[in-house]
Design a protein around this ligand. Sequence first.
Ligand code: SF4
Length: 259
Amino acid sequence: MALETLSPSRAGDFKACPQLFRFRAIDRLPEPTTVYQARGTTAHLALQRLYDLTPAERTPERLYDLFREAWSELRGTEEFAELFGSVEEEREWGLESLALLANYLLIEDPSLVEPLERELDMLEAIDDDIVIRGILDRIDRLPDGRLIITDYKTGKAPPEPYALPAFFALKIYALLIRRRLGETPAEVRLIYLNGPTVYRIPIEASQLDAMERQLRALWNRINRSLEQNYFPPRPSRLCDYCSFRDRCPAWATVEVMAG
Ligand code: SF4
C-alpha cells in the first residue's frame, strides 16, 4: 500500500502523532460530530455564500440569515442530526455562533472584500508521485496585486507563541497556489472569529521551497510507515481532545500499568 494523496490536515496529523494519522487516514474510523464542528461547517458555508452577493448586500443581517439558512439545511443531515439535547441548547449555540459572525465583521468589512476564490478544491502534484489535496477557505487579490490566503477558525485562538503550527496547513496551501498560479502568495492569515484574533505571517519563496522539501520528506516517512505498518502513538496535550483515546495503545498501556 502506498500513499495516493495527502491533505494538509492529515499531514499535520502525521507530524503530531502517526497513530492519529492511522486512525483517521488508514482505518478511517468515524469520529463523533461535535457542536463546535457544526458551528465551523455552518459558519464557513455562510461566509462562502456571503461573497456570492453583491457588496451592497453583504450586511450583518444578511450574514446572520445566511448562517440560519445554512444551519436549517445542515441540521437535517445525518452528520448533524440529534446534536442538541434540547431546543434551548440549540438556540444558545445559535446565538453564540451569531456573536462569532459579529466578531468577523469587526475584522473586515465584507463590502470592501472581493475574493479571488472561496472554498477552492485543490489537487496539485508536487512531484510525479506526490499529490496534495485540500480545500482552501479563501484567496484574495489585493488592489496592490498581492495574493493573500485566509483560513477562518471558529475555535479559540491559541496564545501567539503557540500559533505557528496552525500555519503549517496554510503554508502548504501557499505552496499549492504557487504551483497553480506560478506566483508566491504574499501572506497567509488565520482569522479566529472567537476573540476575534488575526494572526498573519508574510511568505517568502524560500519558505515555500522549504515546505516543498518538508512535504517530500513527510510523504516518504508516511510511505515507510505504511510499508512497515508502524504508526507509533505520540502522546501530547492533543490526547485531551483526541476522539480515539479509548482505543489508543499509548493510553491502554497507562491503564494496564495503573490497574
Ligand atoms: S490519544 Fe494521543 S497518542 Fe493516541 S492517537 Fe490520539 S493523539 Fe495520538
